[in-house]
Design a protein around this ligand. Structure first.
Ligand code: FAD
Length: 385
């Protein structure tokens, strides 16, 4: 292990997609010496490597739609942005709607999305199978479909940002757990780690599901809860077309898309209590398969190829927290993406770098401010998977 530097202009805690994208955009703005500290032995070992790869702009609030539109633009031109390839596969994203309440909600979202400039469509049941063949239309009243949304491999985007950041001089330290935050006179002055101390006037919390643990180090309440989510992938399936979109069955909470030669199936079990447990629950797997079979009966021929569990990083209003910690000077949070952090990472990294270098952010992120909970001015994102 090489000797770690003891002084930096910015410390980033966490080497997931959020921390690495933030490092890249800060370095591109010539911020000074940036060091990223990751407790694991490799980047992306947390939530990032567990993500399903969904990228969509169909949200219910303006700030989330705008974060997605910016991210999708960056992801579509990623090679130009970073010098490294990563595929944003625009296969589209479709929400299937059964209940009257969901139809009403998605019609309102559609109007907002249209007003922000999104190319979103409402499909009648007879039009659904041309985009998503083999999906059962049983009970479906309407679908919300955005052809410009799609899929990406989180690892490809993470690696692109990492290589770009390294080229710009960012230093990455692995096996380096931040164990404390040093403060003097109400100001951050560095961190304590399992490999020694590093001083810096700026510490950026990108610790994903562990964001609240970092907050506790300065007695701050960072309301991010870790919640287990599971995924199953199938073996080869000859009926899945290459253009099959990400499909979300809103009533059951099931989501699925083409993955390699089979399918990826996921479900947000809303009854799971917050914890850091990432063990695989066989009942959870069975529930995913049952919901998938109901919506795509041809999956009867599917075999389970792989399964895993990971942690969402959930805030009370399902919006990210991006901004200065009010308790101490010099601590900035980029956390709490509530299950959409892969898709929002490009925008989050960029707007963070803009704020930290005194520029107007490309998206108005005032609604993501850390103080909103204490002030009681929260707006719920309702379109959460
Ligand atoms: C099953 C599942 C499916 C998902 N699907 C999607 C999807 O389709 N689309 C989407 O956009 N998002 C999806 N997500 C959410 C997405 O994965 C996350 O929002 C995103 O990866 C968050 O990135 P992050 O960098 O904030 O967190 P992480 O990737 O968890 O990175 C945080 C890093 O901080 C490190 N760390 C923590 N504490 C410390 C410490 N004290 N010292 C040093 N390092 C520390 C961790 O080791 C970790 O590597 C999914 C998540 C799960 C679990």
């Amino acid at each position: 292990m090489t000797t770690m530097r003891t002084k930096a202009d910015a410390i980033i805690i966490g080497g997931g997609i959020i921390g690495v994208a933030t490092a890249f955009y800060l370095a591109r703005r010539k911020f000074g010496q940036i060091i990223l500290l990751e407790k694991d032995v490799l980047l992306g070992a947390g939530a990032t490597s567990k993500a399903a790869g969904g990228i969509r702009a169909q949200f219910s609030t303006r700030v989330n739609i705008e974060m997605s539109i910016l991210s999708e633009k960056i992801m579509a031109g990623f090679e130009e942005e970073t010098g490294h390839e990563a595929l944003f596969d625009r296969v589209g994203y479709m929400f299937l709607l059964e209940d009257d309440d969901d139809v009403k909600r998605f019609r309102a979202d559609y109007n907002l999305q249209k007003s922000v400039g999104l190319d979103v469509q409402l499909l009648n049941p007879e039009d659904i199978n041309q985009y998503a063949p083999h999906v059962s239309l049983d009970g479906i009243q309407l679908a919300s479909y955005c052809p410009g949304d799609g899929l990406g491999d989180p690892h490809e985007f993470l690696t692109g940002y990492e290589k770009g950041a390294r080229k710009l001089g960012v230093e990455f330290e692995f096996g380096c757990e931040v164990t404390g935050i040093e403060c003097k006179g109400g100001k951050v002055c560095g961190v304590e780690t399992s490999r020694g101390g590093v001083s810096s006037p700026l510490v950026i919390n990108c610790a994903g599901p562990q964001a609240g643990v970092i907050g506790k180090m300065i007695d701050a309440e960072v309301p991010v809860q870790p919640v287990r989510r599971q995924i199953v992938t199938t073996g080869e399936l000859d009926f899945v077309k290459p253009f099959f979109p990400m499909v979300v069955d809103v009533k059951s909470g099931l989501y699925c898309h083409k993955e390699s030669r089979g399918m990826l199936l996921g479900w947000a079990d809303k009854s799971v209590e917050p914890s850091f447990d990432v063990s695989i629950d066989p009942d959870y797997t069975d529930a995913i398969l049952e919901k998938a079979l109901h919506r795509i009966p041809q999956l009867e021929q599917a075999e389970v190829a792989n399964e895993w569990a990971g942690l969402y990083e959930v805030t009370p209003d399902h919006h990210a927290i991006i901004g200065w910690e009010p308790k101490v000077e010099g601590m900035f949070h980029v956390v709490g993406f509530s299950g959409h952090g892969f898709m929002h990472a490009p925008a989050a990294g960029l707007v963070t770098a803009q704020v930290l270098t005194g520029q107007e952010p490309s998206v108005n992120i005032s609604k993501l401010c850390p103080t909103r909970f204490a002030r009681g001015v929260v707006v719920e994102e309702t379109n959460v998977i």
